[in-house]
Structures are given as structure tokens and as C-alpha cells.
Design a protein. Structure first.
Length: 135
């Protein structure tokens, strides 16, 4: 089956932990304390290879969350079979460099406007879609 690789934030956390002499867990716990730093570090890690964070994440598993950079997502299409967009009603995130309109037409959109049961139902629908496509 498919394995969860973690998030792009975890890739950045591992890098920051090495550079700053902390742990990845500490970095994850404090990542929202300085969002601008995390945004900058993510961009620095992608400077020579826009897919560097994706590659590092996918080295750990099959499902990766939290891509923030438009080039990363566009070029990353060569590395992935599916893009899933969780549609939520939230304020614009300045660290997210793309929107749903920038993604390919086959992006699977999961609305997250209800409760956990609704979200789970949509995720199961997507999983069933993947199973059918793989058959």
C-alpha cells in the first residue's frame, strides 16, 4: 500500500535541525513562530532544484503534503501521479505561491467545509478513485 512520507515542513524541519543544532520535532513545534524564515529557507533549499524538497520527501514514502511553491508543484507533476487540493475557507496564506487555478485540470479537489466525517468521506471517495485508476 501507499505510505505517508510526511509534510514538506518536516523536510525543512530536518534541515533546520541540522543547521541550528536542534531536533526536527522542536523545529516543527516552533515553525509558526517565524513563518518568513521557513518560507525563505524552503526557497533556499529549492534554489538549485525546484523539486529538491519533493524528492527528499518522496524518498520517505508515497504521499507528501504541503507543497507551497508554484514551480515546485508545476515541475513536480513529473514526479507524482495525483495532486489533491483540500479546499478550505481560510484567509490567503502568503507562503502559498499558487492557487487552485494554477493546478492541472485532473487535480482532485476535496472540499473541507463540513465536519471531520465529511472530509473522511471525500478522502475515501478519492482512495476508491485511485484504486479504480490503478486497476
Amino acid at each position: 500500500g501507499l505510505t505517508y512520507a510526511g509534510s514538506m515542513s518536516e523536510v525543512i524541519a530536518e534541515h533546520l535541525a541540522k543547521v541550528e543544532g536542534t531536533t526536527a520535532a522542536w523545529q516543527m513545534e516552533h515553525r509558526h513562530d517565524d513563518r518568513a524564515k521557513w518560507f525563505r529557507v524552503g526557497n533556499e533549499l529549492r534554489a538549485t532544484d525546484p523539486c529538491a524538497l519533493l524528492k527528499a520527501g518522496f524518498a520517505k514514502g508515497d504521499i507528501l503534503t504541503g507543497a507551497r511553491n508554484k514551480d515546485e508543484v508545476t515541475l513536480g507533476l513529473l514526479l507524482v501521479d495525483w495532486i489533491v487540493w483540500i479546499q478550505r475557507k481560510v484567509d490567503r496564506d502568503v507562503t502559498l505561491e499558487y492557487n487552485l487555478g494554477d493546478l492541472p485540470p485532473n487535480t482532485w479537489v476535496i472540499p473541507n467545509h463540513g465536519g471531520l466525517a465529511d472530509l473522511e468521506s471525500m478522502a475515501i471517495e478519492f482512495a476508491n478513485h485511485i484504486k479504480k485508476a490503478a486497476a
